[in-house]
Ligand binder design. Structure first.
Ligand SMILES: *Cc1c(COP(=O)(O)O)cnc(C)c1O
Length: 423
């Protein structure tokens, strides 16, 4: 039986047996008991399925991961302690020192630092691609040692909409997988695997949790990429740390995600806590309802701002004035996300005056919360970037990012109105 994605938000991944808890239980145990040393030995050699230590996985974590895998339409998923950990491991699962990644320039500031500083320091090189790059320019970025392409489906905070199909085509022509950070649209609005992507990541801290209560991330494997094309010996040659297991032979379509759990999570240990996974699951249960309202409210706010003469520009892919309107309609016919950005006319100071006058809308370093919030990236999340880097990732110095919540729409707009009156 195949259910609609809205039903999967509630019920996927967990099917309690007779007398079991109706709600996914929090298994607050780091370890699991077995009757014989031989059974434990088999678990360690990956010959049998089972839980043995929560740093690798545990029943709560694997249940919630299975739900997200179903929402994205993948063969498996791995929860991580944060979105940063998901981005990091999505790349280091296949890239080592001396390898190279082609990456969209319009990405989350934290991901940019992770790649451009920390992973560079570990010997992985990155080429960043501007949002309006042509197919030829993207093609030209690939090298002999390129092992992956990384993009954001809808970028945070610049709201560029990626042409996933084109990126998938180019990526596959070079024999490497396309990794898509799908945090902003969520699988409710966009499922990158349906457009050729191979791996999806999320900061579950954002819409998936949705209530700003639990940091977390996830990596989802489509199962579609051919790891046996000669570029990825980590899947086709024996892993001596597991008695010579060959991931593609033993795990088939789930080679990538199995290696992520058994190798990277074992070694890096950036596991999500069962408590956070439980909270994440509560968020997932209403994700479809919340995304619909986020999109409705954001479009109404965007239209209001666009008609206001104190506003210089409004950027929301759902607006007809957006250069991404057509592309957004193609990939996300039901809406993109609840995040919009705009510039208040005048100086940087006017923008800050507006921010300080908001009442219902709170100033927080967060986005994709059910409560409306706003942020000035140039002075906060992106303050480490110089002007050229800001321009390259599409962040204007007077950009205000507003994450429109699911409150009653008139109250949100009234708050913006009164704040604009004070500018
Ligand atoms: C927030 C965010 C991240 C990082 O996630 P954390 O959970 O904060 O570590 C990665 N990608 C995008 C698009 C984000 O918005």
């Amino acid at each position: 039986m195949s259910y609609h994605i809205n039903t999967k938000c509630l019920q996927a991944g967990y099917d309690p047996k007779n007398g079991e808890p109706r709600v996914v239980p929090i298994v607050q145990s780091t370890t699991f008991k077995y009757d014989s040393a031989a059974t434990l030995g088999k678990l360690f050699d990956l010959e049998e399925d089972g839980f043995f230590y929560t740093r690798l996985t545990n029943p709560t974590l694997s249940t919630v991961a299975a739900k997200i895998a179903e929402l994205e339409g993948g063969v498996g998923a791995m929860l991580t302690s944060s979105g940063q950990a998901a981005s990091m491991m999505s790349v280091t699962n296949i890239c080592h020192a001396g390898d190279h990644v082609v990456c969209a320039a319009a990405i989350y500031g934290g991901t940019f630092n992770l790649f451009n500083k920390s992973l560079r320091e570990l010997g992985i090189e990155f080429t960043f691609i501007l949002p309006d790059a042509t197919e030829e320019e993207i093609n030209a970025a690939y090298k002999e040692n390129t092992k992956a392409t990384f993009i954001e489906s809808v970028s945070n905070p610049s709201l560029d909409v990626a042409d996933i199909e084109t990126y998938a085509k180019i990526s596959h022509a070079h024999g490497v997988p396309l990794i898509v950070d799908n945090t902003f649209p969520t699988p409710i609005n966009l499922r990158p695997f349906e457009w050729g992507a191979d791996i999806v990541t999320h900061s579950t801290t954002k819409y998936m949790d949705g209530h700003a209560v639990a940091i977390g991330g996830v990596i989802v494997d489509s199962g579609n990429f051919d790891w046996t094309n000669g570029k990825f010996p980590m899947f086709t040659e024996p892993d001596e740390s597991y008695h010579g297991v060959v991931y593609t032979e033993r795990f088939g379509k789930a080679a990538y995600i199995t290696k992520a759990v058994t190798h990277l999570m074992r070694d890096y240990g950036a596991q999500q806590s069962p408590q956070n996974a439980f909270l994440l699951n509560l968020g997932l249960e209403t994700l479809h309802l919340r995304m619909e309202r986020h999109c409705q409210n954001a479009l109404a706010v965007a239209k209001f701002l666009e008609a206001n003469d104190k506003i210089e520009w409004v950027n929301y892919p759902g607006l007809e004035s957006s250069k991404y309107y057509e592309r957004a309609k193609k990939y996300m016919p039901d809406g993109t996300c609840g995040v919009i950005s705009f510039g208040v006319k005048g100086s940087r100071e006017k923008a800050m005056q507006f921010m300080d006058s908001l009442k219902l809308t709170k100033l927080v370093i967060h986005v994709a919360d059910c409560r409306t919030c706003a942020l000035h990236p140039a002075s906060t999340t992106h303050r480490q970037m110089n002007d050229q880097q800001l321009e390259e990732c599409g962040v204007k110095p007077n950009l205000i990012r507003m994450s429109v919540g699911i409150e009653y729409i008139d109250d949100i707009i009234d708050d913006i109105k009164q704040a604009l009156d004070k500018v």
